[in-house]
Design a protein around this ligand. Structure first.
Ligand SMILES: [Zn+2]
Length: 552
């Protein structure tokens, strides 16, 4: 996901917050669970079964802006259970639910459906239920920040249609278990039927294209064999052509595919040369690309971009920067294509490793943001990389904590991007051991390979693997809006330093330059005296530490 342009953020904050955690609905007087509790928590009606595979078939009708089809859900029962929660948001409706040839009872409660089995299923069995649905899905007003379908036309008047659904959830366009904790372990099949003049592109590999002469349509069957998060599932429909390539990476030969509109081939050939460069930088820093089996794809869409797994979407206009602008205002941001770099980074941070709860979305966005400067360091210089991450500090709001509300599908502040990136950059400089730091980033992707995780697991892993207790650092930057303030006071021939505006127990090494002499000093809230052998004239904190400095 991308951070909303700040201008708009100020104008309509509700748009974003609405996406994550519909208005805080207090429990109804009869104790009924609120919609955000049903959406955001692991309800009993979700907990007893584990999704193994989704087989989604959907027909798309541009003329009526409607869709319809079914999702065959293969699951394993972890406990006995007979009432299943399936998420599907209005105006879409479930038409039928079939289990072993029998029609099942179902009832709607807002964005949730309760499916009732005639008798409870035993624990430890594998079973399948097929959910048929139809209707006119919500239209996305401002993709990718608002979810739904985009029914657009390309410059040549062809239909150009796409889904986006992070935040509001995948249940805005297909029925599923819409919570991040449970991904289909065996992947997913996606079969999209469209008018025969159009092409449908989805996640993973294209298994088959079938012509349906009678209905003048074609069905495109895509398959993902790796676990995938729900909001990463997408469909993109248009006058596409594809270009193939390959990349020799840590995992061997990686198939690359670029799906662009027929009239964009030349532009794409030039701009998408950035892809192998991006993969090289990220395999260096994060380890091998997580989905060699499914391949890597870049798919042009009628919105800015999004990290759909093995179907990264692109709408940056075939130019560098962020829609041609440099978010860091240092010039460095124009040295790379922001969308290719940021969205591809999510293949590691967000798709390989996924948040179990939306409250921990920083795990996706802080690392994807942080990856931008690591790309610059790999292909340009460390100084330019620092210029970039530090330049982006101007976009930090410190409006609310980065960690959101657990169990409510509610992510935290948009600061998870630039402040999260600066937190990680600061941690690297606290650690002051780049080999260990890189090994930690690679290790996270190994340790949590194709898993859903929590902040607590990340905190424990990073502190353990780095041999550095980052506990208070995480508390400070993820759970408060205060930025550590380093206070310094010169008295006689010494300088005393201490921190203010920090969480209790915050004590970290920083790099100071006093009268041209660089020193690495561990500072907490207790004053630390530094002998300077004469009245200090100059005092500076290394710019790589995201902190403020105040002279007493
Ligand atoms: Zn992102």
């Amino acid at each position: 996901m991308l951070r909303q342009p700040l201008l708009l953020l100020r104008a309509v904050p509700s748009l974003i917050l609405a996406a994550f955690g519909a208005a805080q609905q207090e429990p109804a007087s009869d104790g009924a669970r609120s919609q955000d509790v049903l959406r955001g928590s692991i309800t009993p009606e979700r907990a007893w079964w584990d999704v193994l595979h989704y087989d989604l078939s959907v027909s798309v009708h541009p003329d009526t802006r409607s869709i319809g089809g079914s999702n065959k859900i293969t699951f394993k029962t972890l406990q006995a259970g007979g009432r299943m929660q399936i998420d599907l948001q209005p105006p879409l409706e479930i038409a039928r639910v079939v289990h072993q040839g029998e029609e099942l009872e179902f009832e709607r409660e807002g964005k949730v459906y309760w499916i009732t089995f005639p008798s409870p299923l035993d624990a430890g069995i594998e079973d399948v239920v097929e959910v048929f649905y139809e209707g006119k899905p919500r239209v996305s007003t401002r993709p990718p920040w608002s979810g739904g379908l985009s029914w657009k036309k390309d410059e040549q008047g062809n239909d150009f249609i796409a889904t986006t659904c992070q935040g509001i959830g995948a249940s805005i366009w297909w029925p599923n278990k819409d919570h991040g904790y449970d991904e289909p372990d065996r992947g997913m099949d996606i079969r999209i039927t469209v008018p025969e003049a159009l092409t449908a592109v989805s996640n993973g590999r294209l298994i088959e294209t079938q012509s349906n002469a009678a209905s003048e349509t074609r069905t495109f069957h895509w398959r993902v064999v790796n676990p995938i998060n729900n909001y990463g599932v997408n469909m993109n429909i248009g006058n596409y052509v594809s270009m193939d390539g390959s990349y020799d990476g840590e995992g061997g030969k990686l198939d690359l595919q670029y799906w662009v509109l027929a009239h964009q081939v030349e532009q794409a050939k030039k701009q998408f040369a950035e892809v192998p460069r991006t993969l090289a930088a990220f395999e260096h820093w994060f380890g091998k690309y997580p989905f060699y089996e499914d391949g890597y794809k870049l798919v042009v869409v009628p919105y800015l971009g999004m990290e759909h797994q093995s179907s990264v979407t692109y709408g940056n206009g075939f130019r560098n920067g962020y829609l041609g602008r440099d978010l860091s205002r240092t010039g460095v941001g124009m040295k790379f294509d922001f969308i290719i770099v940021h969205e591809s980074a999510h293949e590691w941070w967000g798709n390989n490793i996924s948040m179990r709860d939306a409250a921990d979305m920083w795990i996706h966005e802080s690392f994807a943001n942080y990856a931008e400067n690591l790309f610059v360091e790999y292909h340009f210089t460390a100084k330019e990389a620092q210029d970039y991450v530090i330049g982006c500090r101007a976009l930090i709001q410190n409006d609310s904590p980065i960690i959101g509300t657990y169990g409510r599908n509610k992510s935290g502040s948009g600061d998870m991007y630039y402040k999260g990136g600066n937190m990680l950059h600061t941690m690297r400089h606290m650690l002051n051991d780049d080999d260990k730091w890189r090994e930690c980033l690679r290790g996270l992707n190994r340790e949590f390979w194709h898993k859903t995780v929590t902040t607590a697991e990340f905190e424990a892993y990073m502190s353990r693997e780095c041999g550095f207790d980052f506990g208070k650092v995480f508390d400070q930057y993820l759970r408060t809006t205060d930025i550590p303030e380093l206070v310094h006071e010169t008295k006689g021939d010494s300088v005393t330093v201490w921190f203010e505006k920090v969480v209790p127990g915050f004590r970290v090494p920083v790099v100071l330059t006093i009268d041209g002499k660089e020193r690495r000093v561990t500072v907490g809230t207790e004053p630390v005296e530094i002998a300077t052998g004469g009245k200090a004239e100059d005092f500076a904190l290394d710019r790589n530490f995201y902190m403020t400095v105040r002279a007493k």
